[in-house]
Write a protein that binds this ligand. Structure first.
Ligand SMILES: Cc1cc2nc3c(=O)[nH]c(=O)nc-3n(C[C@H](O)[C@H](O)[C@H](O)COP(=O)(O)O)c2cc1C
Ligand code: SF4
Ligand code: SF4
Length: 262
């Protein structure tokens, strides 16, 4: 079984590809109650994007809520557990972060991998999507990396195979806690006059945090994990986060074309 989370489709594409090749089912973390999960399959995999050089809090929370019965099956059957993180560039100490959560649950991770994919982070000044050239280069290289990971998983490789980047400690230990506390202010999400009320942002929010109001325009709630799917999926480029996203680009994994629904 592979549990994944994805905002703009990179991790979903990785999960689909790896799941198909390993013959494992995939399930979207935000739609599953971990406490009620019954383990299926030959492997336990987690695939998600790196957030602020760490693991998205909702992924850690998901793992923390597996039942003891679920954990016992993993241990009794010696199910191999692995992690694949997609990232724009680097993961810093995100592997140690997920390892710590798994340790507390008594889950031993066999291998951790990273895949570089196009960047989708746009919520702070100075951060924008990749240029079209860089985006294409990353998308061209990703399938080979995914094949390498699948081979490694089939061979039962053990270890951490990631791009950490420089100053990993500072990034994960100092920036991630700030991101957890101040990473997103849901009230900043709004639509501009270009919005036509098509509802695509509503359908693309993995947390179902957006609804169309009586006047037919989107309204954001408080339950936002900053996955930026609403911003990137709008076919009218009408979603903004305060003033931070003004004039910035959009990105969705090509299969989930701009304007379509995941
Ligand atoms: C809130 C947020 C924080 C991010 N932080 C990082 C980061 O620390 N390092 C990095 O390389 N990419 C970072 N990114 C980029 C994503 O990890 C990357 O684009 C990922 O592949 C997106 O996956 P998805 O399309 O499945 O949502 C961040 C993206 C978001 C939305
Ligand atoms: S996707 Fe864009 S145009 Fe459609 S409802 Fe949302 S903000 Fe409006
Ligand atoms: S409101 Fe937007 S950024 Fe927040 S969880 Fe939904 S799609 Fe992601």
């Amino acid at each position: 079984m592979i549990y994944y989370f994805s905002g703009t489709g990179n991790s979903r594409a990785a999960a689909k590809s790896i799941g198909e090749r390993l013959g494992e089912q995939i399930g979207l973390i935000s739609q599953i109650n971990p406490n009620e999960e019954v383990f299926r399959g030959e492997m336990l995999g987690f695939i998600f994007p790196v957030y602020a050089w760490g693991v998205p809090p909702l992924v850690l929370n998901f793992i923390s809520h597996f039942s003891q019965e679920f954990i016992d099956v993993i241990k009794d059957k010696s199910i191999p557990v692995w992690v694949v993180m997609t990232c724009g560039d680097e993961v810093a100490l995100a592997p140690e972060m997920i390892q710590r959560t798994c340790d507390i649950k008594g889950i031993k991770i066999k291998s951790i991998w990273s895949v570089i994919m196009p960047n989708d982070y746009v919520l702070l000044p100075g951060f924008d999507v990749d240029s079209r050239e860089v985006e294409k280069e990353k998308l061209d290289k990703a399938p080979a990396r995914i094949s390498e990971i699948v081979t490694g998983l089939c061979e039962g490789k053990e270890g951490v195979f990631v791009v950490r980047g420089s100053m990993a400690w500072i990034k994960t230990k100092l920036v991630y806690p700030l991101f957890k506390r101040w990473g997103v202010f849901p009230k900043k999400w709004h639509h501009t006059d270009a919005c036509v009320g098509c509802g695509i942002c509503v359908k693309n929010c993995p947390l179902k945090n957006i609804r169309l109001s009586d006047s037919g325009f989107p309204l954001w709630g408080e339950n936002c994990c900053s996955c930026v799917a609403c911003y990137h999926s709008c076919p009218r480029h009408a979603v903004e986060y305060g003033k931070a996203t003004k004039g910035k680009g959009q990105y969705m994994y090509p299969e989930i074309r701009k304007g379509s629904v995941k």
